[in-house]
Design a protein around this ligand. Structure first.
Ligand SMILES: [Zn+2]
Length: 94
């Protein structure tokens, strides 16, 4: 007896959206954005999910570890927004 083939259902969320958690320069916590990090212009401002305007960091030279790597705290407003969207979270360092 063969079971009917299960339909492919996405359980995680309705969307495949990814929220990127970015640490603005000199900040001690991260904000989230739905923009791909590659689309952000280094040093320019963008609007985080919480509505705050934050700066996109400059890339770290290859031989150095990004300072933002040590930052694990997340903005409350952005956390809420990411949860509401059902987006997956990805930490991103430049
Ligand atoms: Zn935020």
């Amino acid at each position: 007896m063969s079971a009917p083939r299960p339909k492919i259902v996405k359980h995680e969320s309705a969307s495949d959206e990814v929220a990127y958690w970015i640490c603005p320069p000199r900040s001690n916590y991260r904000h989230a954005t739905m923009q791909r990090p590659g689309a952000l212009i280094h040093g320019s401002s963008f609007e985080a999910l919480c509505g705050e305007t934050v700066k996109a960091p400059w890339p770290t030279p290859n031989d150095r570890q990004p300072q933002s790597k040590l930052v694990t705290d997340r903005c409350d407003g952005c956390s809420e927004a990411v949860k509401e969207r059902g987006a997956r979270s990805r930490t991103w360092d430049f």
